[in-house]
Design a protein around this ligand. Structure first.
Ligand code: GDP
Length: 297
């Protein structure tokens, strides 16, 4: 579908004379192509601009190694810089779940994959880290969402907090905390309600839950295919709630992954995991080089 960046740059540099170092003009010509590739991959304009500026500084005057063409050289500089930007602090995929029972707050918009990701993550914590996990749905507006989590829990062999009709989210969060302590759980996960868009009611509800639970991790689950919208969602949730990491879902789709770069540049928060399908095993640690490859095409 897309012409890869290496192909484009190959064409650009074929037209230029061979030189020992990348000239300013070579770099500028090449970076025009890089910019197009970034925008096609759904990287936001301001982020793409800043990114190009950084690469321009690094690439101008860089010696061209004999074994590569100038085009390959620029692609390498761009690739390394993408990885640098995409990589967050700390071990990829790590979660602070020491001092039991450790609360994990899951936030995001409705339909982003929050409930599915809660269960996927619970399964991972149980199987990889040997943690005893309790999941609780706080989505009081959608009984179907509560049942969905319960069904997933049964499927993966992870306990869910029994549903009590008529409770508000804060009361459920408190009950989850008590139950997690009494039941000897290592981790309890709070799956908050989503809305179709960010609104005041959603944010104050999540804030109240956060204040009660005092989460060790607050993970924002966003649909990686929604590009700029995903970045706005992340900005909003981070400002209001304070997130500790992001899970990008639907990375099995044909998106080019540009949202990941914008998200990192805008919020500075680490992308911890990616969702790669509907199945309970379809969750992987975020790998910057894979996404960099995808953005470059
Ligand atoms: P929530 O409203 O945010 O809790 O969203 P759900 O967890 O109910 O997910 C909405 C739909 O997206 C469901 O059909 C999920 O199976 C699907 N889904 C979630 N994560 C992924 C993913 O990584 N890839 C794909 N292809 N589908 C996903």
């Amino acid at each position: 579908m897309f012409e890869s960046l290496s192909e484009r740059l190959g064409g650009v540099f074929d037209r230029l004379t061979k030189q020992g170092a990348l000239s300013e003009e070579d770099v500028r010509t090449a970076l025009r192509e890089v910019r197009v590739a970034l925008l096609e991959a759904d990287v936001s304009l301001p982020v793409a601009r800043n990114f190009i500026k950084t690469v321009e500084k690094k690439a101008t005057g860089a010696a061209v190694t004999k074994s590569v063409t100038p085009g390959q050289q620029v692609v390498k500089i761009v690739h390394d810089e993408l990885i640098e930007t995409l990589r967050g602090e700390g071990e990829p995929g790590s979660l602070r779940v020491d001092s039991p029972p450790a609360p994990i707050l899951m936030v995001g918009l409705q339909g982003g994959g929050k409930t599915t990701t809660t269960a996927k993550l619970a399964k991972r914590l149980k199987e990889r880290d040997g943690k005893k996990v309790l999941m609780a749905s706080l989505d009081v507006n959608r009984p179907a969402a509560m049942e969905q989590l319960q069904i997933l829990g049964t499927q993966i062999g992870v306990d869910t907090l029994p549903i009590v009709k008529g409770e508000d989210p804060v009361t459920i969060a408190k009950r989850a905390k008590t139950q997690a302590g009494l039941g000897g759980y290592d981790v309890y996960m709070l799956d908050t309600a989503g809305r179709l868009s960010i609104d005041e009611e959603l944010m104050s509800q999540v804030e109240a839950v956060r204040d009660v639970a005092n989460p060790r991790e607050t993970l924002l689950v966003v649909d990686g295919l929604t590009g700029q919208d995903a970045v706005h969602t992340a900005e909003n949730f981070d400002e209001r709630i304070g997130i500790t990491g992001v899970v990008l879902t639907r990375m099995d789709g044909d998106g080019r992954g540009g949202a990941a770069l914008s998200m990192r540049a805008v919020t500075g928060k680490p992308i911890k995991f990616v969702g790669l399908g509907e199945k309970m095993d379809a969750l992987e640690t975020f790998e910057p080089d894979r996404v960099a490859g995808r953005i470059l095409g």
